[in-house]
Design a protein around this ligand. Sequence first.
Ligand SMILES: [Zn+2]
Length: 212
Amino acid sequence: MISIHSFTFNPIQENMYLLFDESKECIIIDPGCYDDNERAILSKYIADNQLKPVKLLNTHCHLDHIFGNGYVAKKYNLQLEVNKNEQRILDAYKMTCDLYGMNADPSPKPSVFLEEGDIISFGNSKLEILFTPGHSPGSLTYYSRADKFLIAGDVLFYGSIGRSDLPGGNHETLISSITNKLLPLGDDYKVYSGHGQVTTIGFERKHNPFLT
Ligand SMILES: [Zn+2]
């Protein structure tokens, strides 16, 4: 069974996730830890729980999701795994940080390109991948069939959806990703988003104003 721990980090209040099981192997998704204090909080949790990070994944490469990529990759000797369509977003990271007046701690380049249908294995567990563009051109959703949850990045939020006005975004594509890829997973799936509280597919199907 996969346990999920989230931290809300950086001035943009992004949710990063640690996924781990009884083996203690751990996957780090979207490390938004921005400063030394937040990086220490993350590392302390990993150490206190004797977790062993084995993978570094991004749902997409907007700045608030990758501030800690460099720290995590170096500290735990991990390679970065993303969808290939995020390369250009990653390439624009420094420029985007300058635009927002934020520090761009350098991210490693991706070493592995993930696609829909790929399987992420760790410990005794696995995650599957859906390609869910629209907020960002290479947004990926990671989900567990066994434990019925998904890590949605900025595709779907509690009562809302990701913005589609950033480079590579497209509203129709985003709605299509949600309705054709996420909703079919089933109402009982929990949704862990890049911002805000946890929700479920069932709640969003009924109440999300962008989907009704
Ligand atoms: Zn984003």
